[in-house]
Design a binder for this molecule. Sequence first.
Ligand code: GRF
Length: 187
Amino acid sequence: MRNLAVLASGTGSLFESMIERSVPIRVLVVDRPCRAQEIAERAGIQHVLLEREWKSFDRDKYTVDMVNILRQYGAEYVAMAGFMTILGAYMFESGTFGSKCTNIHPSLLPTFKGEHAVRDALAAGVKITGTTIHIATKDLDAGLILAQEPVRVLPGDTEESLHERIKKTERILYPELLLGLMRDELL
Ligand code: GRF
């Protein structure tokens, strides 16, 4: 089994699903105070707050700091799970994490990239959307697709109800994929 670091920014429900499936997590890194830290604390998982600036954000410096923390904890793989800061190219270059960083996005990529994927899917009137796990690259929501699952859009869906249904699927798909990755069964 390999050492995995998880990056999160919010409620951390995907992070929680990884813990429930016994994905071996070495450290959680968050970019703002958030519920994910409480989940880590309760589970006895080390966690680090690498707080980001909002005015005059130095993305390259933040990325170097992130890589240093991940190395310090011996992370070999990195799973972004609702991490809302875009990291610089250094994170994804060979010699740092290269292709060993995954991201999960609440749409069937390459459609509906970006921060408002669920809202954009609703606005477009699609009947099916879903989730995608892919290798993270310096380009947003791009990179080799590792897994996808469709999710039906139901009449009366709001952004919240649809996103919650997508997350239910993600909470099964992501831990499963990461366990395969950790056992060197993928890539
Ligand atoms: C997920 O929908 C994921 O696809 C997206 O952020 C959400 C994270 O959910 N990147 P949570 O904070 O783990 O509940």
